[in-house]
Design a protein around this ligand. Structure first.
Ligand code: ACO
Length: 334
């Protein structure tokens, strides 16, 4: 069976930079607290009226498509991961299809959730479609707009300082070289922890779905049990990376570059140390973009590639953990 590869990468982040000091004007926080606990220095927020999830996704996609050496018309399927769709339904996947002018072709557009693990879950889905020969050029996108759904006050400060907006895209194609491409993907979830990192409302279990008291009690904003998330993340990241290595017969020292979901610099550092990887073998950019959930892995992967940190034949490991809880990994021979 043919292998799938990442043929092109692109990302887009909004132009509006929001520093920790900017947030300290809205809530009782400080640059020192945020940097010490999360590593974040600044993040990007959309410019309302200018950026949407679909057009950020399209901007990232056009770059990835060009770098893959194809035209938008060659895309035969779209997979899009987001927890912050432009509207409740339909999903942002069809909006991206329209934005790219592909609606007349009628190609399929699959929306997935899976939060911070969305891109790696999507990569696994794309990998299956390519290997079975169902599609030739799949556009895989992670996009997120957090800034319009955060609580910028003391009640929401432990969450609102963490997240940022952005989009990352990849074109998944057949690999010409059977030794290169996606070697394995591993997907997991533990639904017993769903409420530990979630946005409860508006939810379809409530009638009506949205009521003024939900705004007052803050349940329309994300809820996070930060300590529990930390505890699980530092366990599940190394576990799922280890699973990918075992499945392919590699050891941690064989990894040339690890790109973890940019959850929190302290989590990433913990994972790096537990795998005994030197600093230069892990790429982080949470300092500049915050946590962009489904977009974080493709943005970091694209940036690392643009900086020349990924070379031909390198062993690249992607790993993610997030709400659900969900976690996933992918090992790629570049
Ligand atoms: N600024 C200043 N003080 C704050 C802020 C803030 N933004 N947020 C919380 N605090 C305060 C708290 O109110 C508390 O004050 P108190 O001691 O007077 O009660 C104090 O800081 C410590 O609060 P904790 O919640 O106990 O802080 P903790 O040390 O656990 O750090 C954090 C919080 C950074 C969220 C930590 O739990 C963590 O790193 N968790 C991992 C979660 C994570 O990174 N999630 C990323 C998103 S999910 C994902 O992508 C997987």
């Amino acid at each position: 069976m043919k292998r799938a590869k990442i043929g092109g990468l692109g990302y887009y982040v909004p132009s509006r930079i929001v520093t920790n000091d900017d947030l300290a004007k809205l809530m009782n926080t400080s640059d020192e607290w945020i940097q010490e606990r999360t590593g974040i220095k600044e993040r990007r927020y959309i410019v309302p009226g200018e950026d949407t999830g679909a057009n950020m996704a399209a901007k990232a996609s056009r770059i990835a498509i060009e770098r893959a050496g194809i035209s938008p018309d060659d895309i035969d399927f779209i997979i899009l991961g987001t927890l912050s769709p432009d509207m409740d339904f339909p999903g942002t996947g069809v909006l991206l299809q329209r934005e790219l002018g592909l609606h007349n072709k009628g190609i399929g557009a699959l929306d997935i959730r899976n939060q911070c693990s969305g891109f790696v879950y999507g990569l696994s889905i794309a990998d299956q479609f390519i290997r079975t020969g169902m599609y030739k050029n799949i556009l895989l996108v992670g996009v997120e707009i957090h800034s319009t759904g955060l609580e910028f006050n003391d009640r929401g400060r432990h969450i609102s300082v963490i997240f940022g907006d952005g989009a990352g895209a990849a074109v998944i194609q057949v690999s010409d070289d059977e030794d290169k491409g996606i070697l394995s993907t591993h997907l997991h979830a533990d639904g017993s922890q769903a409420e530990e990192l979630c946005t409860l409302n508006p939810g379809s279990v409530n009638s009506p779905r949205l009521a003024p008291e939900m705004i007052e009690d803050g349940s329309i904003f994300p809820h996070m049990n930060g300590r529990l998330v930390f505890k699980y993340a530092v366990q599940k990241f190394p576990e799922v990376i280890g699973e990918a290595l075992t499945a392919t017969g590699y050891k941690p020292e064989d990894i040339d570059l690890l790109i973890p979901h940019q959850a929190n610099l302290r989590i990433s550092e913990f994972v790096r140390r537990s795998l005994n990887l030197p600093e230069e073998k892990m790429y982080n950019n949470i300092q500049w973009y915050g946590n962009t959930t489904a977009a974080s892995v493709p943005i970091a992967l694209t940036e690392a590639w643009e900086k020349g940190l990924i070379k031909d034949n390198d062993l690249v490991c992607l790993a993610a953990f997030g709400s659900g809880f969900t976690w996933a990994s992918a090992l790629i021979r570049w």
